[in-house]
Design a protein around this ligand. Sequence first.
Ligand SMILES: Nc1ncnc2c1ncn2[C@@H]1O[C@H](COP(=O)(O)OP(=O)(O)O)[C@@H](O)[C@H]1O
Ligand SMILES: [Mg+2]
Length: 228
Amino acid sequence: MTVIAVTNSKGGVGKSTLAVHLAVWLHEQGHRVILADCDTQHSSSEWINEACPDVEAVRLESPDEIIDELPQLANDVDYVIADGPGSNTETSRTLLLFADLAIFPCKASMLEARALAKATKVLHQAHTVNPGRPTAVIVLSMVGRKYRLTQDMVEAAKALNMPLADTPMVLRQIYADAPGQGAVVWQLGARAREATKEVRRLFTEIVPEAKTTKAKPRKPKRKKKEAA
Ligand SMILES: Nc1ncnc2c1ncn2[C@@H]1O[C@H](COP(=O)(O)OP(=O)(O)O)[C@@H](O)[C@H]1O
Ligand SMILES: [Mg+2]
């Protein structure tokens, strides 16, 4: 089993959006998945209950609940995706002690990168307890369509000693619409094509071992009309 924590003590950076999409994607790759909603706002558990009821959602709202329940949950499935809270550092700190992989969504500005430096302090604390664990990656989120990585951001990531995922999540209306529709973007048809491609590329990049090449069920061929 693998525990993946999506954290950043800053709110509104795209944690829940990433966590819900990742949990549904892993489920569709054939893995057993639990979404652990660690935010008292409950937005990701409500969302995933609509978008993909087959993924079990549990709420772990305090460090105590995480310590008492997360290890057992992780034993029961292949992946636990933990959606971190927007402010409670204690909860984030506790999550990181149990995580194998930590994903830090971050908007691409220096202000956000500075805020991320604070968030990653708890990562370094986790590393003093479990050397090398969790591994961590920054995912740029809500970037402009034409965004090109600036030297500033490269250096900010370097200073934090964390890799930046090559694939960012672009600012797109479809992501903002998805929770209201109770859906993930690939359930939303043609207008979500670019977003769908992007998140799939991102997940294949950051959790490559999870990608499976299950044959898609083929559409049955239409019977040819018999010649008269
Ligand atoms: N890539 C994106 N493009 C447009 N809107 C986004 C994107 N990612 C998230 N949002 C929207 O921004 C808001 C904050 O995102 P959310 O995932 O809830 O962040 P967090 O969990 O970090 O607070 C939500 O309204 C969400 O729908
Ligand atoms: Mg959230």
